[in-house]
Design a binder for this molecule. Structure first.
Ligand code: F6R
Length: 365
């Protein structure tokens, strides 16, 4: 039942404040604010120095964010592969202490095969899954749930942000286990994570403005998404969402890679979406954006209040989110990217919930 929404995808985007808060409840004890993993799924990060992450599609972009989280908040190095590569790459896993898989459906063939490969190599395995009775959930040593509820729309939205929430809380837990996050800092992090539903709700309020922008985007044939740091995986995810449901050709790039190739594509027909909250790499991304502006590219800058107030945005169309703690950036900034893809697809009249050639669960390789 879509309720009063036009598509499941729209309904699922609007469910995010609620399901994020459910998911957080599985990883934080709400009475004392301490992070934990669910009962019976204990995970001790004390001796974990290296994690191998693997997933497909949107789950892989969640894993990319996960790498930033684990490295930054817990000092744990991460290896990262799309599952279709991990399973065949046969990379030496001797220094990996934990293999972590991410899957909404828990049935994706390549991710399952990767999990089995890791087990055959004697690794401890954990899986972040949305379907608790799935094959991946049954076979992983440790099951880390996302409580997004059933996701019907083929393009993943709420499962993705819930994966990010689980990863953020796990990274904080790992930081505590490894002694790099002190007790008072842990509380600060969990307080920040508890702000996610409110901030995502504020992002959802930008829908009218995004609908307007989407009318323009729907007339374009190409889009380039740029981001740095936490915003780099978001650029990839934003481009994937757009191509999946609107069929507009879109690519995501690390902003710093612009001058190593894609800048050759920039002219007045290239739509560039820049994801740049006012974080430690903001100035760098802005300078890449200016290179796009100088070549006549059409720019949409998705930023926060601080970013918007810093000037130097000549010629860019702005979409402004509230300021927020760094750990929330991936979760909250994912929302306008989802909505932009959604409304562009609606404008174009595509089958949003059932895009051509795609299946919700990819059980063949
Ligand atoms: C994109 C999308 C796909 C899935 C991918 C993995 O919107 O939904 O890219 O993320 O097929 O699926 P799961 O997470 O079920 O393993």
């Amino acid at each position: 039942d879509k309720g009063n929404h036009r598509h499941f995808m729209q309904k699922e985007m609007f469910e995010q404040p609620e399901v994020l808060s459910h998911t957080l409840g599985a990883y934080v004890n709400m009475t004392d604010g301490r992070t934990r993993t669910p009962k019976g799924q204990e995970l001790d990060f004390t001796k974990v120095r290296r994690i191998a992450l693997s997933a497909c599609g949107t789950g892989y972009y969640a894993a990319l964010v996960g790498r930033y989280y684990f490295e930054r908040y817990a000092g744990i190095a991460c290896d990262l592969d799309v599952a279709s590569e991990f399973r065949y790459r046969e990379s030496p896993l001797s220094d990996v202490d934990l293999a972590l898989f991410i899957s909404q459906s828990g049935e994706t063939a390549d991710t399952l095969a990767s999990l089995r490969y890791a087990k055959s190599q004697g690794l401890k395995t954990a899986a972040i899954v949305n379907v608790p009775e799935s094959t991946i959930a049954r076979e992983a040593d440790v099951v880390l749930p996302t409580l997004a509820g059933p996701e019907i729309g083929v393009a993943s939205t709420k499962a993705f942000t819930c994966q990010l929430m689980a990863l953020a809380a796990l990274a904080v837990r790992a930081g505590v286990d490894r002694g790099v996050i002190k007790a008072d800092e842990e509380l600060e992090f969990t307080r920040a994570l508890m702000e996610a539903p409110r901030l995502v709700n504020e992002a959802l309020h930008l829908e009218g403005e995004i609908e307007h922008i989407a009318r323009d985007l729907a007339t374009q044939h190409h889009a380039l998404y740029l981001g740095r740091g936490f915003s780099y995986p978001l650029a990839l995810e934003g481009a994937l969402k757009l191509k999946e449901i609107s069929y507009i050709h879109a690519e995501g790039y690390a902003a710093g890679e612009l001058k190593h190739g894609p800048i050759a594509l920039i002219d007045e027909t290239m739509q560039v979406v820049v994801v740049a909250p006012h974080d430690r790499v903001f100035e760098k991304t802005v300078s890449n954006m200016q290179e796009v502006a100088a070549r006549g590219g059409r720019i949409l800058l998705i930023t926060d209040h601080k970013g918007a107030a810093s000037g130097a945005m000549d010629g860019a169309r702005l979409l402004v989110l509230p300021d927020m703690p760094e750990i929330l950036i991936p979760i909250v900034f994912a929302v306008p990217l989802q909505m932009l893809a959604y409304h562009t697809a609606v404008q174009m009249g595509t089958d949003v919930d059932q895009p051509r050639n795609l299946a919700k669960s990819v059980t063949v390789e």
